[in-house]
Design a protein around this ligand. Structure first.
Ligand code: SF4
Length: 476
């Protein structure tokens, strides 16, 4: 048996007569073309949507947007690679009708129109809604950390700078003492050694000055760290693999795992982003009520209360925090709150009443205890660290109790959360290879992530309804 052979390179071939013949009916470029042609780019915020009356004609923003959508969909994000692909890739040649913008024009378009990409993401989301691709019943909110164009060595926290200044002082003291010794010495080679030490001292002093200047800068700005390459990027302390990066928040509809809302921040934690992210998604889905599930990184009383006020029913597992948990003593969940009597019932069947009240962070905190009962309790070793157990309660904590009751009835919702959010994050980082930003600055990475989330949704929608189904929806 022989292998399948290709044709001879010098053989004359009857190739298809037009580029159109190379692009099948179900090729994604046909949808990109129809979708972008249908957009109101001026309303979306794109620049130069009308050609200039004079001067050399520029490229249409429609063609440039098509190029980027194709690139992000096919893991080609760099402007230089897009320039190359536009000259040799038949799908792109079809999409751009043979246009060949240079890499600078391509890069400038993404930079200048970074704020408009979110409107394109939302326009596609509206199309998905028209196709009934959203369940509009349950959202999963989560955040993922994506690398910034800033290495760990170019990021400085106050602690790191303080440590450096201290170590510089120690080294300076050591070098100066060595220099004194060398100056006193009379043996041959002393001059050369003195010169080397003086050079070292100058270098350390210079680096110390730079660190001091950065510390002053931190003090003046009130920030906790400085990133030299991308000033907006932050060290993601809890995510060592990412190092310095950004936090992309998404709300994913559970029906087909499509991203409904997304935004990027440089906050290291997810705390406080639940109501904001789920609220925007609920408005976009046009529903009066919706359920939202998130991991314990979102467990924050005020945020949970804000969800309830906005018509969002939250499901967030309670994190096991506090000294009692750390010491292996009874966690707070073992104490049952009695709303009617405003007291707690402890594992020893005793009643803990209000003892103190104070204001903390604008909220009233109430402490409950029963020192007399604890004094003679057999469970004390498992429960109290001091002479009696104290339980504190935020005045609005009823919202957390209601959520705990809901979760007890519907525990499987936490597994649905994992399956729902892991799909987009896994696809974006692994399959789409977009776990790191190419641009610098919060505004620019927000634009970049809008393209990433849009093309993730586009890939999902093509799998669900096909290219022709999407084109029909655009034209309907
Ligand atoms: S130590 Fe106090 S709070 Fe704890 S179980 Fe005993 S009586 Fe209840």
């Amino acid at each position: 048996m022989a292998y399948i052979e290709g044709h001879a390179r010098d053989q004359a071939l009857l190739l298809p007569a037009s580029v159109e013949d190379y692009v099948s009916a179900d090729n994604a470029v046909r949808f990109i073309d129809a979708f972008v042609e249908d957009l109101d780019l001026g309303e979306a915020g794109f620049l130069r949507t009308r050609p200039k009356a004079t001067g050399r004609p520029g490229y249409s923003p429609r063609d440039m947007l098509k190029l980027y959508l194709y690139g992000y969909l096919n893991r080609v994000r760099s402007s230089r690679r897009l320039e190359t692909e536009a000259t040799r890739n038949l799908e792109l040649i079809w999409l751009l009708r043979g246009l060949r913008p240079d890499f600078k024009t391509i890069a400038d378009f993404r930079r200048d129109n970074r704020s408009a990409f979110k409107a394109v993401f939302r326009a596609f989301m509206v199309l998905c809604r028209k196709l009934d691709l959203f369940g509009r019943e349950l959202l999963a909110v989560d955040g993922t950390r994506l690398k910034a164009v800033n290495s760990r060595t170019r990021n400085f926290t106050k602690a790191r700078l303080d440590k450096y200044v201290k170590s510089a002082d120690e080294r300076l003291e050591k070098y100066l003492a060595q220099l004194d010794d060398a100056d006193r010495g009379e043996e041959a080679g002393t001059t050369r050694r003195s010169e080397a030490l003086a050079a070292k001292i100058a270098r350390v002093r210079e680096q110390r000055q730079v660190s001091e200047a950065m510390l002053e800068q931190l003090k003046a700005s009130g920030e906790s760290q400085i990133s030299l390459t991308d000033p907006d990027a932050r060290a993601m302390a809890a995510h060592p693999k990412v190092g310095v990066g950004y936090n992309a928040q998404v709300a994913v509809d559970a029906k087909h795992k499509l991203i409904v809302e997304q935004h990027v921040t440089n906050a290291g934690s997810d705390l406080g982003f639940l109501a904001e992210t789920a609220g925007a998604a609920k408005d976009l889905l046009g529903v009066d009520r919706i359920d939202v599930v998130a991991d314990m990184g979102y467990y924050m009383g005020e945020d949970i209360a804000a969800c309830e006020r906005a018509g969002i029913t939250p499901y967030v597992a309670r994190p096991q925090r506090g000294t009692a948990v750390g010491d292996g003593r009874f966690p707070k969940e073992r104490f049952r709150y009695d709303e009617a009597a405003d007291c707690y019932h402890c594992p020893g069947n005793q009643r803990l009443d209000t003892r103190y009240r104070w204001l903390q962070g604008g909220h009233i905190i109430v402490q409950y205890s029963n020192p007399r009962a604890c004094g003679g309790c057999e469970l004390k070793a498992q429960c109290a660290r001091g002479s009696f157990r104290r339980i504190t309660r935020w005045e609005g904590e009823a919202v957390l109790d209601r959520m705990a009751t809901r979760l007890a009835v519907r525990p499987e919702i936490l597994n649905i959360r994992r399956e729902t959010v892991e799909h987009p994050f896994g696809s974006i980082k692994q399959w789409m290879n977009q776990g790191a930003f190419l641009m610098r600055g919060l505004d620019k990475v927000r634009g970049e992530f809008s393209l990433t989330a849009l093309t993730y949704n586009l890939r999902r929608a093509i799998n669900l309804v096909g290219v022709q189904g999407l084109i029909r929806a655009v034209q309907a």
